[in-house]
Design a protein around this ligand. Structure first.
Ligand code: HEM
Length: 433
């Protein structure tokens, strides 16, 4: 019950109380929780093939993500991963940088001086536009954008309620929630189906990731229509809220630490001298990267991820039985004082090269690690920096005085209904760009 009330708080507090590895009984299941870097490394890297995504998560995500990359495993995952990975090649991803800035500028051009905006809503819409354009080469109109956003938000809420039920309802169960979930899924499927038909009719790779997935083949041929639908659904899901919420928290942390926001803006002014950021600039903006890394340590949007053992194992002296579910609490790892001094403090400066080199393997995994590492890691790291730089160059990073957000841990960590308000204030010299 404690875990259901406050999932990330549970991880942080219980690791403090019981140590870096503990087991807790939840009705019929024994759940193991880990924030020991060596064990995390063992699960992600050394023994990665001995784990799969937990059964109960796979079952609940099935109608939504099907057999897409996130829940998939074994030979099928290997094939799909091999087919899709070239679509995330650095050169291809770098080519998306300008689009990310374009959409951010378009959003800022819509904003008016003095109005109140909810950064959670704004950044979700922005991240969705970026995903739609770069992954599917569709400039989604407001209608499609709202449909996908509302449907994803419904699905996310229902999936988490399902996880909490401990004995999940099967998908055919005629509950109101299941009906709502099905309706939401059907709406996104309709959009994916439309784009798929369009690609097949024109038989043309337009440089976006969906085209890559439609036309890529191996000795078994092209992906089936069903697999393509599952992968597209997975990418919309995995590539949108995760980044939007990570950016929302970065906004919050910068607003609470104005000296860090100033330092970041100074670096941008020095390097860019008021011009638009380009992908080549990123290597000259180390503080910007430190800000993003620190934000993903303290308030990671993917606050935890889970695995299930396929056989009996011993990792670093810990016995893990076949079928055991293990949760890697990245948010709790980030608060581990053994590796991060004053962990509650937002201090981007800690991310020096020496610090990173000294950090044990497995102590920083906001994108998981090993072969099952987030496929969109480079994409997301670039997107966050391009968007953040463009925002910070033009508007003041603030939240209303006295405002404290909620911390809601659903599939990603987000500030809930009350959002992350900001009162728009443009810098004098930034309006004309
Ligand atoms: C800040 C943003 C992001 C964070 C924090 C993040 C984090 C993660 C994490 C922790 C996992 C592992 C989940 C698990 O094993 O259960 C994952 C998997 C994945 N992510 Fe991301 N992600 C982000 C953005 C993206 C983006 C932008 C995309 C695509 C455009 C993406 C695509 C994927 C895919 C396809 C997987 C499954 C990889 C596999 O198992 O083969 N992610 N992500």
């Amino acid at each position: 019950m404690e875990m259901i009330r406050d999932r990330s708080g549970f991880l942080i507090d219980k690791h403090e109380e019981y140590g870096d590895v503990f087991v807790s009984r939840a009705l019929v299941r024994d759940l193991m929780f880990v924030r020991d870097p060596a064990v995390v490394y063992g699960i992600n890297v050394t023994h990665w093939a001995d784990f799969y995504k937990p059964d109960y998560i796979k079952m609940m995500r099935k109608p939504f993500l099907g057999n897409g990359l996130v829940p998939n495993y074994g030979e099928s995952w290997k094939r799909q991963h091999k087919l899709i990975r070239p679509g995330f090649h650095k050169k291809r991803v770098d080519a998306y940088a300008a689009t990310m800035v374009d959409f951010t500028e378009r959003m800022l051009d819509r904003w008016k001086e003095g109005e109140r905006k909810d950064m959670r809503v704004e950044l979700n819409a922005l991240a969705l536009e970026v995903v739609a354009d770069t992954l599917f080469d569709i400039d989604i109109g407001k209608g499609d954008s709202d449909t996908i956003r509302d449907a994803l938000s419904d699905i996310s809420e229902i999936l988490v309620t399902d996880v909490d039920k401990m004995i999940p309802r099967p998908d055919w169960w005629p509950s109101a929630e299941n009906r709502r979930k099905k309706r939401a899924i059907a709406k996104i499927e309709e959009i994916i189906g439309r784009v798929h038909q369009e690609r097949l009719t024109n038989e043309k790779d337009r440089g976006d990731l969906f085209s890559h997935m439609v036309f890529v083949e191996d000795e078994q041929g092209r992906m089936s229509d069903k697999q393509l639908r599952d992968e597209a659904m997975t990418l919309i899901f995995a590539g949108h809220e995760t980044t939007a919420h990570a950016l929302t928290w970065t906004w919050y942390l910068l607003a609470k630490n104005p000296d860090k926001a100033t330092k970041m803006r100074e670096e941008l002014d020095r390097v860019l001298q008021g011009r638009r950021i380009e992908v080549e600039d990123l290597s000259n903006l180390p503080y910007l990267e430190m800000v993003v890394k620190e934000s993903l340590r303290l308030l990671p949007s993917v606050w935890a991820y889970a695995r299930q053992a396929q056989r009996d194992l011993v990792i670093e002296g810990y016995e893990i039985k076949k079928g055991q579910t293990v949760t890697i609490g990245h948010i709790a790892m980030g608060r581990n004082p053994k590796y991060y001094d004053n962990p509650e403090e937002f201090r981007p400066e800690r991310w020096t090269r020496e610090f990173e080199r000294a950090l044990p393997r497995g102590a920083y995994t906001p994108f998981a690690g090993g072969p099952r590492v987030c496929l969109g890691k480079q994409f997301a790291m670039m997107e966050m920096r391009m968007i953040l730089a463009t925002l910070v160059q033009r508007v003041e990073v603030t939240i209303p005085e006295g405002f404290e957000p909620d911390f809601v841990t659903e599939l990603s960590l987000h500030p809930g209904e009350r959002g992350m308000p900001t009162d728009v204030h443009f810098y004098e010299d930034s309006r004309s760009r």
